[in-house]
Design a protein around this ligand. Structure first.
Ligand code: CP3
Length: 340
């Protein structure tokens, strides 16, 4: 929270995207007990357990609510399933007819177990551990709503945004409103700050980036802060590259998540002078371990250690990341005396 208000602290606080996940044997055991991924998201007792698992094991400085960005379309009335090994499947919303079946307001009743998880985790976390809530950014969530699944190039959503901008804009507006309601509920129930995941931000041309990434994210930031003054918000526009400065200035977020392709010199002079940054070690270097991992950690320290910085990966940890390598990375960050 101090870093998000612009302070540099050393060693940097750290957590990992997808830190509650399949690389942990205790996560796999709890998911098996829940039956499926979505039933785990909607089981407050077990979702609390998996949220806390990486905190107990590694002592991370932040816990992130265990849930998924696709519970929002689910709570807007869209059918959402997770097929083992295949990822999410939704009944596509790509026509005015299908959109007519989408609720005006998010159904917080359906999300009651998630909000109960927030309360349980907030009560159980050590006082020094920050608790992060989250939602998907409208653009990224819309890519799944429109395509009905993950795609290589987000073609269906990009296409719809050109062919029927009124319909696509209506989907985005619905998501903006739902996301504000959902994030405010998380903040009121006990999260300290929230992250907005825009995994597919980088795939858009410049003008579309402004229209479908920056403008809706700014609307969420403003809408949340209207109800929770001073709410701390991290944005993660993956792949934004040279548009990170525009994103930070245009959205009003307190922190920007960096993917592993970020240009360190550019970020340090154009982004970190304005907001805190978070990231950005390549998750695949965690599989290699050893000196490759040490070099990547040192490079991140050299690039971002001079200013307000939260250590993280550049995207989610992968299921095949060895736990011993995670431990090595944590130890190296915590033992670091800072950038040279
Ligand atoms: O970070 C955390 O530990 C908190 C929980 C969290 C999950 N997903 C758990 C999850 C968060 C914050 C997310 C965000 C999310 N979900 C994003 C944005 C960030 C990113 O990773 O790009 C996206 C695009 C999704 C949608 C989603 N969820 C996909 C495409 C998939 C399938 C791919 C995969 O990794 O299996 C999921 C499933 C998912 N979400 C898992 C977890 C732990 C794996 C499910 C399992 O246990 O089988």
């Amino acid at each position: 929270m101090r870093v998000l208000s612009g302070e540099r602290i050393w060693p940097p606080p750290m957590w990992l995207m997808r830190q509650a996940g399949r690389y942990l044997p205790e996560y796999r055991a709890t998911r098996d007990k829940a039956g499926s991924f979505l039933s785990l998201c909607y089981n407050a007792e077990l979702a609390t357990e998996v949220t806390l698992q990486p905190i107990r094991r590694f002592g991370f400085d932040a816990a992130i609510l265990f849930s998924d960005i696709l519970v929002v379309p689910h709570a807007l009335g869209q059918s959402v399933r997770f097929e083992a090994g295949e990822g999410p499947r939704l009944d596509p919303v790509a026509t005015a007819q299908a959109f007519a079946g989408i609720r005006e307001e998010i159904d917080l009743q359906l999300l009651a177990p998630v909000l109960e998880t927030v309360e349980r985790v907030a009560a159980a976390l050590p006082a020094q551990t920050t608790f992060l809530g989250f939602c998907g950014a409208p653009w990224t969530v819309a890519t799944y709503m429109v395509a009905g699944q993950g795609t290589e190039d987000q073609g269906p959503a990009r296409q719809l945004a050109y062919t029927d901008p009124a319909l696509f804009g209506a989907i985005i507006d619905r998501l903006v409103r739902a996301s504000i309601t959902y994030l405010v509920a998380q903040l009121k129930r006990g999260v300290d700050a929230v992250q907005v995941f825009d995994t597919w931000a980088g795939i858009l041309p410049d003008a579309e980036f402004d229209r479908w990434v920056i403008a809706p994210t700014k609307a969420i930031v403003d809408g949340v802060r209207a109800e929770v003054p001073g709410a701390r918000i991290i944005g993660f526009p993956r792949g934004a590259g040279a548009r990170l400065q525009r994103y930070a200035a245009g959205t009003g977020v307190d922190g920007v998540g960096l993917d592993w392709t970020a240009d360190g010199a550019y970020v340090r002079s154009e982004v970190q002078t304005r907001v805190a940054v978070q990231g950005n070690v390549d998750p695949l270097v965690l599989i290699a371990g050893g000196e490759a991992l040490d070099r990547a950690v040192d490079a991140a320290i050299a690039a971002y250690g001079h200013g307000p910085w939260i250590f993280n990966l550049g995207h989610g940890i992968t299921p095949n990341a060895p736990i011993a390598h995670v431990e090595r990375m944590i130890a190296r960050v915590r033992a670091s005396t800072g950038p040279v």
